[in-house]
Design a protein around this ligand. Structure first.
Ligand code: 6GU
Length: 275
């Protein structure tokens, strides 16, 4: 996979040289290129922003500078002549923005199947809205994505989050693909169960006996119970999204103990039921 990140703060992305993503790059699994947006400015001051039409606070990033940058890293020639349609269709443009759709593990999985991502990091009040509109019209897939309901100063930290979440899903990046299966926000729709290692007693805190028992079926059941309890306690939104048909009788007992019961084929907090 190739990922081009365009930003006015390329140094912010230096962390991607480290750890797992760094290894993926070294192994040739990920071709990650970080670019300075100012390389596509044409004026002496290397201006990337201007005041918003209609007034208001802050600055907006100029579409002409972004257009040159994206055309260049996407391999499009300026003026969109023949052949560019196919190239535009091969690229998925990701624009981190707090006003985007929520980036989730499902989004990461979808993006991990792409051949070429271009990540356009905005600063200030954002990027002129014509940029996303233009590339959609040109046949590029464009995803405006938020990493959560809080405000950052720019798209760089969100880009780090997205590149790491996508990068670790590329075949060969995570050493043991099994570790991708049971983790939180996987297909089961549950948070991960608590984990323990040596020593078996730390002060007066002991590892639950079942985990030392070697009884794999019981360990599996205990972990699932813990995942259900944790999810019930911490993420009511995830409990409501569970497919009731995929839960067994024991799952429903654990959820009932945690205050959740089935009402009209959906889980609801006991006593808050439907119509
Ligand atoms: Cl993608 N950008 C900014 N600036 N703030 C955010 C965000 C993105 N996601 C959540 N907050």
């Amino acid at each position: 996979m190739r990922i081009d990140v365009v930003t006015i703060f390329p140094d912010y992305l230096a962390a991607l040289d480290l750890s797992l993503v760094g290894k993926a790059r070294a192994a040739g699994i990920l071709d990650l290129r970080v670019h300075d947006l100012r390389d596509w400015t044409t004026d002496r001051h290397r201006t990337v922003d201007d005041t918003p039409f209609g007034g208001g606070a802050g600055m907006v990033m100029r579409p002409d500078v972004w257009g040159r940058a994206i055309d260049d890293v996407a391999g499009l020639s300026a003026g969109t002549p023949d052949g560019d349609e196919a190239r535009a269709g091969a690229v998925h443009l990701v624009v981190p923005t707090p006003s985007g759709e929520t980036f989730t593990q499902r989004t990461a999985e979808a993006l991990a199947t792409e051949e070429h991502l271009v990540v356009a990091c905005g600063r200030y009040e954002g990027i002129d809205a014509r940029v996303a509109e233009h590339y959609r019209s040109a046949g590029m897939r464009v995803s405006e994505l938020s990493i959560g309901d809080y405000v950052l100063n720019g798209g760089e930290v969100a880009a780090l989050v997205m590149v790491e979440a996508v990068g670790r899903l590329l075949p060969g990046v995570v050493g043991n693909p099994e570790s991708l299966v049971e983790e939180s926000h996987g297909a089961a729709g549950l948070l991960e169960y608590p984990v323990y290692t040596k020593p078996p007693a730390w002060g007066d805190l002991e590892v639950p006996d079942v985990l030392l028992s070697g009884h794999h079926a019981r360990i599996h059941r205990w972990r699932r119970d813990q995942a259900l309890r944790r999810t019930a306690a911490r993420r009511p939104d995830m409990v409501r999204a569970l497919d009731v048909a995929a839960l067994d009788r024991h799952d429903l007992e654990v959820l009932a103990e945690a205050g959740w019961s089935v009402v009209d084929d959906r889980l609801d907090r006991a006593g808050h039921g439907g119509s």
